[in-house]
Design a protein around this ligand. Structure first.
Ligand code: SAM
Length: 209
């Protein structure tokens, strides 16, 4: 693992924890996002998260919301596991354009997860959010809002970069939400999600109360 970070990856990594606005970065990155992350960095977070999803959900008819779906890598991995009732939500129209081309999502919604999320009355049995936490994305203070996207008893799977996970002490936020009766965390597990660099992250599996 000798590769140096550069370009969009270096720019976003430098933001660390917290939250913030990265919409313009993703608007520029959209056409080359997948080639850059997969070929240059060996990005496998969608695969890791979807394996955790499939291990906790065997009903392939579940209505799933892909939070921060980007170009649709998570949707593709879900579809490969037989899940076909997929909607996606993202702040970047150009990332959503790329996702649209894959023809695997029923609805693609433009939305900002730092704000109250309008799902147009749709009801989800599960949600998955990969790579959408941390500086330039959403912070732990927005967890409550995204958890609210699924119905009671619904499955939530997140994959969170290890830098914001540690800097913002995500586990303490998980515990507060549990104490408030918002959700129940079943699993947090560390892995390396880029094959060409040292890039730890955490998969989080939870159930909305
Ligand atoms: C690292 S990408 C991950 C995309 C996809 N989940 C994947 O694993 O390839 C992060 C995505 O989160 C989206 N995003 C960032 N901030 C957001 C926000 N406040 N609301 C909704 N989406 C956001 C970005 O536009 C981008 O598509």
């Amino acid at each position: 693992m000798t590769k140096e970070m550069e370009g969009f990856v270096a720019k976003l990594t430098a933001l660390g924890g917290g939250s913030g606005d990265s919409r313009d970065v993703y608007e520029d990155w959209a056409p080359t996002y997948e080639r850059n992350l997969q070929q240059d960095y060996g990005y496998i977070a969608p695969r890791i998260a979807v394996e955790a999803f499939a291990a906790h959900c065997t009903d392939t008819s579940t209505q799933i919301l892909d939070l921060g779906c980007g170009t649709g890598l998570v949707g593709e991995a879900l579809a490969a596991h037989g899940f076909h009732h997929l909607d996606g939500l993202d702040i970047s129209p150009r990332m959503l354009d790329e996702a649209h081309r894959k023809q695997i999502y029923g609805n693609l919604l433009i939305g900002d997860m730092t704000q109250p999320i309008d799902l147009g009355g749709r009801n989800y049995g599960a949600a998955i959010g990969v790579g959408c936490f941390g500086g330039g994305h959403i912070g732990p203070e927005h967890l409550r809002g995204v958890i609210g996207c699924v119905q009671s008893g619904g499955l939530l799977i997140f994959y969170i970069n290890g830098i914001p996970y540690g800097q913002d002490d995500y586990p303490s936020h998980f515990r507060s939400l549990e104490a408030d009766g918002v959700w129940r965390v079943l699993l947090t597990e560390k892995s390396n999600y880029m094959q060409t660099i040292e890039r730890p992250g955490w998969v989080v599996v939870a159930i909305r109360s």
